[in-house]
Design a protein around this ligand. Structure first.
Ligand code: SAM
Length: 301
């Protein structure tokens, strides 16, 4: 946090992702109206602060994770797109996602009978429930939810074969505790615990600043699953434009479910959404050449 004279509190939060980590010399900053919590957990630096325009914001290790104002974009696209592509997810595994937004959106699908969320840092869950309760919206207490504090890689190594229909990996970037979630070992175990027709979606950064994540994820997931691609979304506070989510499965055609089928499933689910629609779903797989080329690079073994 830096203090600068001027209007308002004069305290600013400078994100460190594209300065300290990707070293691109570019950063976003937020004027801090009030700091709600700032501490070091056993895994990372955790800060939640109030802003003028984005509501409350969660940052971990200097990297913006989610804001109350734009979280709907990411949480809807990481949840509804794979779940409507699959069509009937009953058992869902969520890795990371300690703020609760993915669990909230997933439990809106009546087909879900069990949603297991495995988050490594219990303090993220506790502090988000305390200071950003709308993110989980009561999902942590839902009977269909099982919230586990633990390392995602340990969980998938121990889980039974073919026990989930979908896996959503809402992790931090491949730095620190999140690094293991971008490994062959993790992806292989995810494939092993997915049922026939199952799929996995993983957080995959912003290609304009993190092109290597597209190349390596394509290479790794492409080696383990028969069908692997990306789809994109635009989250105002994940700076750099389009963000990609990786989409992998052994089932053919899940990345191009006909729009009419998606419309029917969406109508039947009666979900009110602010970003996701069947049209956005279909269009999200249309990657611009600069991202498709990166994915192409990852395809060359
Ligand atoms: N949507 C955000 C993004 O795209 O950057 C991520 C939000 S979510 C808060 C990320 C969560 O992943 C954090 O709470 C972090 O503690 C958790 N996490 C990191 N490594 C993990 C691991 N190995 N197992 C389980 N959770 C992990």
């Amino acid at each position: 946090m830096t203090s600068r004279p001027g209007r308002g509190s004069g305290t600013w939060y400078d994100e460190r992702l594209h300065t300290h980590f990707t070293k691109k010399g570019y950063a976003q900053r937020f004027e801090v109206v009030r700091t709600l919590v700032a501490k070091q957990t056993p895994f990372q630096e955790l800060v939640i602060f109030q802003t003028r325009h984005f509501g409350r914001v969660l940052a971990l290790d200097g990297i913006i994770q989610t804001t109350e104002a734009d979280e709907f974009v990411y949480h809807e696209m990481m949840t509804h797109l794979p779940m409507f592509a699959h069509g009937r997810v009953r058992d869902l595994l969520i890795i990371g996602a300690g703020d609760g937004g993915i669990l909230r959106e997933a439990l809106r699908h009546k087909s879900v009978r069990r949603a297991v969320m495995v988050e490594i840092d219990g303090e993220v869950i506790a502090e988000c429930a305390r200071h950003m309760p709308a993110l989980n919206g009561g999902a942590f207490k839902n009977q269909r939810a099982q919230v586990i504090v633990g390392d995602g890689i340990d969980y998938v190594r121990k889980a039974r074969d073919a026990s989930f229909d979908a896996i959503l990996v809402d992790s931090t970037d491949p730095i620190g505790p999140g690094e293991v979630l971008f490994t062959d070992d993790f992806y292989r175990n995810c494939r092993r615990i997915l049922r026939k027709g199952g799929l996995i979606v993983t957080q995959n950064g912003v290609p304009f600043f993190q092109p290597e994540e597209v190349v390596t994820t394509k290479r790794r997931l492409g080696r383990i699953f028969r069908h692997m691609t990306f789809y994109y979304l635009v989250v105002p506070t994940y700076i750099g434009g389009m963000m990609t989510l990786a989409f992998a499965t052994d089932a053919p055609g899940l990345d191009r479910v006909p729009r009419a089928v998606l419309e029917r499933r969406f109508r039947a689910a009666r979900l009110k959404t602010r970003y996701y629609t069947p049209g956005i779903h279909v269009g999200a797989f249309e990657l611009p050449p600069f991202i498709a080329d990166l994915a192409g690079k990852g395809s060359r073994r």
